[in-house]
Design a protein around this ligand. Structure first.
Ligand code: SF4
Ligand code: SF4
Length: 169
């Protein structure tokens, strides 16, 4: 059996995510983070930090996705299992490099078969990745969601994403 994964010296989630309890914006190191060492307020850190496990730590993605090396943190949208690739804004092209880009494209191909989607987020700005191509949709305001669709055209399948009300469709 494989060894359980550990965060080790990785702290990347303490940089990439917005943490509302701390008024911490996307893409900036949390002031409580001793980078590469750990959380200075561990034990009293916000509940959202306490419950967070990235897809790498949960062993849902291969070893090469280790966030401290790939510069990306994977999460999965609750109940839907859509991967969201959160990219370090200092390495905005990380998701376009191999082997990551091919894996993301394969996830998008699998997701499109079940009306799912794969998202890339940089500082809370979203891009929907399709089996072919991608579409930048930007910030998704509270109460809104991203919806995707596809249609057959003479040139092949055309994919589209929109930001819409949560009860859309
Ligand atoms: S990004 Fe994942 S591996 Fe890195 S510190 Fe956060 S939970 Fe741990
Ligand atoms: S409070 Fe601690 S665990 Fe939460 S983001 Fe800041 S350093 Fe990380």
């Amino acid at each position: 059996m494989a060894e359980p994964r550990e965060c080790g010296t990785c702290s990347l989630c303490c940089k990439l995510f917005e943490i509302t309890e701390l008024s911490k914006p996307f893409g900036k190191w949390c002031p409580n983070c001793n980078v590469g060492v750990g959380c200075r307020i561990y034990g009293q850190h916000p509940i959202s930090c306490q419950t967070f496990r990235c897809g790498y730590l949960a062993a849902l993605v291969p070893e090469e996705w280790k966030p401290s090396k790939s510069h990306m943190v994977i999460t999965f949208v609750k109940d839907l299992e859509y991967p969201v690739v959160h990219v370090d804004p200092n390495y905005p092209g990380a998701w376009r490099k191999e082997p990551f880009h091919s894996q993301i494209r394969q996830w998008a191909t699998d997701a499109a078969k079940v009306d799912g989607m794969v998202l890339v987020s940089i500082n809370g700005q979203y891009t929907v990745v399709f089996p072919v191509g991608e579409q930048h949709v930007g910030v998704v305001p509270p109460g809104k969601v991203i919806a995707t669709g596809q249609r057959a055209t003479p040139d092949g399948i055309e994919y589209l994403a929109i930001v819409t009300d949560r009860n859309h469709g």
